[in-house]
Design a protein around this ligand. Structure first.
Ligand code: 5AD
Ligand code: SF4
Length: 461
């Protein structure tokens, strides 16, 4: 009889991909995944440290597990991921119910750590590596629909943005062997997956040196896109400082590379960007947006914004708002600055924007983005988009949801479709979060009112 593993994942897409690697490693040790905490022999929490409230959520969850362990003392609890890396043994001192702590580069050692736990010890490994990419491990997919999968192409980050804890919790940047990326993606396609998202903290600096050649991100993307025109390719996250024209040209050559770019700006003020160590200024960012519009006129752009970074004045804040309006972001993740221990910002810049000011600025940013997002969706009404069907809509069993190449969610009546199908949807309406439409089958007259975008029909766009 195998043991049962219950795994919960917090934070970014990278953590989701890492949990799939962890399950693969533990499956070899006879662990079987379960959806029920009650059935579990081992609970693993894959954690995030990016902001203080991310850590607080995990702490609250650990309190629930602690209570549960009082009833079932034989159950083992492990904390993995960025919080494990950041807090190390401190976690074991503070949370007595924890048996195991493993950082993002230590997952291969989980079987040995679990043996230690079985023998009554605590298992701890938070060593970071300069080469671990888990390249040879076939992740066990934990997604529900079997349409869209994450493929990790690199790990770590060397950018040291002054607010960010990631370079400390995930260590140095390293790229994964491209052959293993291509093989993994081919297998996914054969299994019926129709979309992959290539993941890395900063995918634009992907680099694989072999036989005197340096394979860069645009060449890798080219190779992945060529696997099959019926496979959609996305990637995240791009850093504006090294988003090259070459990458945009590569995208424009492959209709199946999705027309959606996540390009975190963080602030619209050059002064703040310098303090953040982002290595571009307002003009540099605007230049990249112009390049996107130039090569990929139909692409949507999403971003990340931090409100209330140390030293941010009302004028800096207004520059953020004005840049948002100029760039017309289609979507954004927006955060209040959260001081992270050990970062340059914590050491050098006092967290001097008062809480209520941070909150007010964040609210203004959110209100503006809500308007921009709605505007972006409204502009799709009356157009036909190719949609990849993903699964049942949350709201009704009679509806499916899927996504456009531009990464907008579309809800439509199920018809005879199945997840993984490509269909064409005429957009009739929208809410603030989704497009609403109906499937169209009839031939489409390009000269009529709507714009038509297809992954297959417009080669060499
Ligand atoms: N405070 C607030 N937001 C942060 N991010 C990273 N570090 C912090 C922090 N200390 C945001 C950035 C980044 C996203 C993943 O999280 O916007 O792009
Ligand atoms: Fe953090 Fe900057 Fe690296 Fe992103 S690029 S993970 S924000 S240090």
């Amino acid at each position: 009889m195998g043991k049962k593993l219950f795994i919960e994942t917090y934070g970014c897409q990278m953590n989701v991909a890492d949990s799939e690697v962890v399950v693969a490693i533990l499956q070899k040790q006879n662990y079987e995944i379960t959806d029920s905490m009650e059935a579990a022999d081992l609970i693993l929490v894959n954690t995030c440290s990016i902001r203080e409230n991310a850590e607080q959520r995990v702490r609250a969850r650990l309190a629930v597990f602690r209570k549960y362990k009082e009833k079932r003392p034989e159950i083992k609890i492990g904390v993995i991921g960025c919080m494990a890396e950041r807090l190390k043994e401190q976690l074991l001192r503070e949370e007595k119910s924890i048996d195991l702590v493993a950082g993002p580069d230590a997952y291969r050692t989980l079987p040995g750590l679990l043996d230690e736990v079985e023998s009554g010890l605590k298992g701890v490994n938070t060593l970071l590596s300069i080469e671990e990419t888990y390249a040879d491990i076939n992740p066990v997919r934990l997604d529900k629909n079997h349409v869209s999968a994450f493929v990790s192409i690199m790990r770590g980050c060397d950018n040291f943005c002054t607010y960010c804890v990631v370079p400390f919790t995930r260590g140095r940047e390293r790229s994964r062997n491209p052959e293993t990326i291509i093989d993994e993606t081919k297998v996914l396609f054969r299994q019926g997956y129709r979309e992959v998202t290539l993941l890395g903290q900063n995918v634009n600096s992907y680099s694989w040196k072999a036989n005197g050649e340096d394979l860069t991100f645009d060449s890798l993307l080219d190779r992945v896109a060529e696997i099959d025109p019926g496979l959609r390719v996305r990637f995240a996250t791009s850093h504006p400082k090294d988003m090259s024209d070459n990458l945009l040209i590569t995208m424009s050559r492959h209709p199946n590379i999705c027309r959606s770019i996540h390009l975190p700006v963080q602030s619209g003020s050059s002064k703040i960007l310098l303090r953040m160590n982002r290595k571009y200024d307002r003009d540099g960012y605007m230049d990249r947006i112009r390049a996107i519009r130039n090569y990929l006129s139909e692409a949507t752009v999403s971003t990340d914004i931090i409100a209330g970074f140390p030293g941010e004045t009302e004028e800096d804040h207004h520059q953020t708002l004005s840049l948002m309006k100029w760039a017309q972001f289609d979507f954004a993740f927006m955060f209040r600055y959260s001081e992270r221990p050990g970062t340059v910002a914590e050491k050098r810049f006092p967290d001097d924007v008062p809480d209520e000011v941070k909150t007010r600025r964040l609210n203004e940013i959110i209100a503006l983005q809500n308007r921009l997002s709605l505007q972006s969706k409204k502009s799709d009404i009356g157009k036909v988009y190719e949609v990849l069907v993903e699964g049942a809509s949350k709201k009704s069993d009679d509806y499916f949801f899927g996504r456009t190449s531009q990464n907008k969610v579309v809800v439509f009546p199920k018809g005879l479709n199945r997840p993984g199908d490509y269909i064409h949807v005429y957009i009739e309406d929208c809410t603030s979060a989704t497009l609403l439409g109906k499937q169209v089958h009839e031939p489409i007259d390009f000269s009529k009112s709507f714009k038509y975008r297809s992954a297959k029909q417009i080669p060499n766009e």
